[in-house]
Design a protein around this ligand. Structure first.
Ligand code: SF4
Ligand code: MG
Length: 321
C-alpha cells in the first residue's frame, strides 16, 4: 500500500489544541511533508516531546509519540535510538523546554552525536504558562505579558550547539513551510545529531517578534526581507574533510559569526554540517558483547526450545518490595 500524506494526520481534542494561527501549525505541516517525501512510514517514526505548547506535537501527528517530562525529550530519544536504530527518532522542544529546563541535556547530547533530529520551536516565551520570558529572549526586550523589560540576556542556540558538537545546525522559520520542509529532510537524512532551531511566532504572547516583524521588507527596491536565506549568499556550510582541522575551524567560525546577525537582517538555512562517527557506532565497537545487535533487535527466545535466552529472574527479584 503506498504512503499518503493523510496517513500522518490525526485528530486533536479541542482542550489540547494550539491557538489559531500559531506557528506550530507550519512546523507540523513541514514535518509531515518531509516524512512523507522521504517515505518514512508513521509506524517507523517516534517523536518525543517535552512540556509546553510544543509538547502537544505528538498528539497532532500519527506516528509513535511520547510526551515526556520537562526538558527530557533528548535523553529519551537517545535511549530509543540506541535500542532500535531502525526507527526514525525525532525530538521536539520549545525554547524553554530545550534551552532552559533541558539545557544540560542539550549540551551533553551534543557531545555524543547520536543520529537523532531535534526541532526547537523558538518563540522567546513560555507560551503555555502565559508568556514569561524564555532563555532566548534578549536583554531589555519586553513582551506584553511582562511588567518590566527582560533583565537577562538570551542564549544563542546556534553558537551553543556549535560549541557542544552538534553535527548539523540550522535555523528556519515556521511559516516558510516549503523551506522548512527541505531543511528538515536534510536534517533527518543527516547521519548524526541535527538541530533545527525554528523561529516560531507565538501569536498570543509574543507581540514584538510577530509574523509581520519577521516578514518585514527592509528594502522595497531591492526586495530585501528581514529573513534571508544563507544559500542565496553562496554560504558554504559543509565540511568537506572532517580530518582537516583548519577547514573545520573555519566552517565553525563562520557559522558562529553568522549566528550573531540579528535585527534588520536575520539569516536562515543550514549554518554548519560535518560527518563524523555517531554514538551508536562508537558504543557498538566498544561493547560488542551487548551491541553485536541493537538491544531491541536481539532474540529473546530460543526458537527450538521456546525458552528465554537470557534468564532475568534474578533481575526481576530486585523489584520485589
Ligand atoms: Fe502557539 Fe503561543 Fe498559543 Fe502556545 S500560546 S499555542 S505558542 S500561539
Ligand atoms: Mg517557547
Amino acid at each position: 500500500m503506498s504512503l499518503k500524506l493523510s496517513d500522518y494526520k490525526t485528530k486533536v481534542p479541542p482542550s489540547t489544541q494550539w491557538c489559531p494561527g500559531c506557528g506550530d501549525f507550519g512546523i507540523l505541516s513541514a514535518l509531515s511533508q518531509a516524512l512523507f517525501e522521504l517515505n518514512i512510514e508513521p509506524h517507523k517514526t517516534v517523536i518525543f516531546s517535552g512540556i509546553g505548547c510544543s509538547g502537544r506535537f505528538p498528539h497532532y501527528i500519527r506516528t509513535y509519540g511520547v510526551h515526556v517530562l520537562h526538558g527530557r525529550p533528548l535523553p529519551c530519544a537517545l535511549g530509543t535510538k540506541l535500542a532500535n536504530p531502525n526507527l526514525e527518532v525525532i525530538a521536539v522542544s520549545g525554547d524553554g523546554d530545550g534551552y532552559g529546563i533541558g539545557a544540560g541535556h542539550f549540551s551533553n547530547t551534543g557531545r555524543r552525536n547520536i543520529d537523532v533530529t531535534y526541532l526547537v520551536f523558538n518563540n522567546e516565551v513560555y507560551g503555555m504558562t502565559r508568556g514569561q520570558p524564555s532563555p532566548t529572549l534578549k536583554l531589555n526586550m519586553k513582551t506584553k505579558a511582562m511588567a518590566l523589560p527582560n533583565i537577562n540576556d538570551g542564549v544563542n542556540p546556534i553558537a551553543w550547539a556549535l560549541s557542544c558538537g552538534y553535527t548539523f545546525i540550522a535555523r528556519s522559520y515556521a511559516y516558510a513551510t516549503k523551506d522548512l520542509k527541505e531543511i528538515l529532510k536534510k536534517a533527518i537524512t543527516h547521519k548524526g545529531l541535527a538541530l533545527v532551531d525554528i523561529l516560531q511566532p507565538c501569536v498570543t504572547y509574543n507581540d514584538i517578534h510577530t509574523r509581520e516583524w519577521y516578514e518585514y521588507t527592509i528594502d522595497k527596491e531591492k526586495d530585501m526581507k528581514r529573513l534571508y536565506k544563507l544559500e542565496d549568499t553562496g554560504y558554504d556550510y559543509k565540511v568537506k574533510d572532517p580530518n582537516n582541522e583548519e577547514e573545520v575551524l573555519q566552517k565553525k567560525t563562520q557559522a558562529f559569526v553568522k549566528s550573531y546577525e540579528w535585527g534588520d537582517k536575520i539569516p536562515i538555512g543550514i549554518f554548519f554540517q560535518i560527518e563524523i562517527s555517531t554514538y551508536e557506532e562508537r558504543i557498538s565497537t566498544r561493547y560488542k558483547e551487548y551491541f553485536h545487535k541493537p538491544p531491541a533487535l536481539q532474540e529473546i527466545e530460543n526458537p527450538l526450545t521456546k525458552t528465554p535466552i537470557k534468564d532475568i529472574s534474578k533481575l526481576m527479584e530486585t523489584f520485589i518490595v
